[in-house]
Design a protein around this ligand. Structure first.
Ligand code: ADP
Length: 374
């Protein structure tokens, strides 16, 4: 939009008419003060500014406008009847004007100038947009790179820890063999196996990530009862964490058609997180419910919880809640894999949490429609 500022109504009207005839959107102000108010409210590409006005003159208006961040891109053309001396023309440019035209105005020339300024404005706007998009893209790369570096360093550390333990146990095993101490040998063997299992889990998760990335995560979907799966998962988790009581409420009498091992992986991920992020507590609740044509499974803990603004992020790849990350080991990939598994079952995954009180991680997936048991 163009703003014409002139205290002579005839000038305003005639200039407005010409510009509007040439398809420009035009606004008018009959004093410097009114112009400043309008510049604060609206965005103008160009201001055609009369120099001689009672009250604020054109130069003062231009100087004031140059201080408005909103009008940084706005071009100013001065119109002046009398002050054609060099010093006034110089003042016009130094107070922020892009051009200085003396009256009587040649409308054809003014129109050409207006069109040129418009074109320059459009081009510079496009350039600014491109620059912004480029800067955003660079920042996004940079961020991805940082995340990747961070992930590699955490992953190496996580892999190294069980590997170092296994190395230690193998040495101890060697000594026990030399001594013929079978009971100690068995103890070390069990410990080495636990560490190897940890390594196996980490590597499986890493492989899952690359399968997701390359679209190669495959599912073997079969109808089964989730209750039976929950029984066995609860048993496994309870064996390795006997201090935790896992309480189940609700039941599902209908089957789901899903990849049982992958659904087990999601539930184990929710349960191990529930234990890991709830130090000093000893209870976890599993809720199972049929909700319409879906099954709902929720794993509730009474641990550290997650801030509302971080809750949606925890399902992102490599995301770990920064404030608590130093206290708990992890790679920030378990929930990302879980979310992908549930999404590939046409389901939904989510979390409800109150910091300091606990979290409920849940998923819901469609029931198997042709296996009604009631
Ligand atoms: P990891 O636990 O290996 O970091 P996850 O993908 O399983 O990776 O979890 C991502 C992040 O979500 C965790 O780092 C943690 O900050 C947060 N989180 C997951 N489960 C819980 C929970 N039950 N309570 C509190 N925070 C959790």
């Amino acid at each position: 939009m163009i703003l014409i500022v002139d205290d002579t109504p005839e000038n305003l009207i005639s200039l407005k008419k010409v510009l509007e005839k040439n398809n420009f959107e035009v606004d008018t102000a009959s004093s410097g003060e009114e112009a400043l108010k309008k510049v604060l409210k609206n965005e103008y590409v160009l201001i055609i500014l009369d120099v001689q006005m009672p009250g604020m003159d054109g130069f003062e208006v231009a100087e004031a406008i140059s201080g408005y961040s909103k009008a940084r891109e706005t071009a100013i053309i001065f119109l002046s009847a009398a002050n054609t001396e060099n010093k006034f023309i110089t003042k016009g440019y130094s107070s922020g004007g892009l051009d200085y035209i003396t009256k009587p105005v040649d409308m054809d020339i003014l129109l050409l100038k207006v069109k040129t300024f418009y074109r320059i404005y459009e081009q510079s706007r496009k350039l600014i947009e491109i620059q912004k998009a480029l800067l955003d893209e660079i920042e996004f790369r940079k961020q991805a790179e940082r995340k990747k570096d961070e992930f590699i360093s955490i992953a190496s550390h996580e892999l190294k820890t069980p590997l170092t333990s296994v190395k230690g146990y193998v040495q101890l095993l060697e000594r026990s063999i030399e001594k013929g101490d079978v009971p100690t040998l068995k103890k070390h063997l069990v410990k080495a196996q636990i560490q190897l299992e940890k390594l196996n889990e980490l590597i499986t998760d890493l492989l899952d990530i690359s399968k997701i990335e390359s679209g190669k995560l495959k599912f073997n979907k079969q109808p089964f009862m989730i209750d039976a799966l929950l029984d066995s998962v609860t048993e496994i988790i309870h064996q390795s964490n006997p201090e935790f009581k896992i309480i189940r409420t609700g039941t599902a009498r209908k089957e789901i058609c899903a990849d049982e091992m992958r659904i087990e992986q999601v539930i184990i991920n929710f349960l191990t997180n529930a234990i890991k992020y709830s130090p000093g507590t000893s209870e976890i609740h599993i809720k199972v419910e049929e909700r319409g044509d879906h099954i709902y499974v929720g794993v509730k803990d009474f641990g550290i919880g997650i801030d509302a603004d971080q809750q949606k992020n925890v399902f992102e790849k490599f995301y770990r809640v920064e404030e608590t990350a130093i206290h708990f080991q992890g790679l920030g990939i378990g929930l990302y894999i879980s979310a992908e598994i549930i999404r590939r079952h046409d389901g939904e995954v989510g979390v409800q949490s109150i910091p300091g009180e606990g979290s409920e991680f849940y998923f819901s997936i469609p029931l198997y429609s042709t296996s009604e048991t009631d």
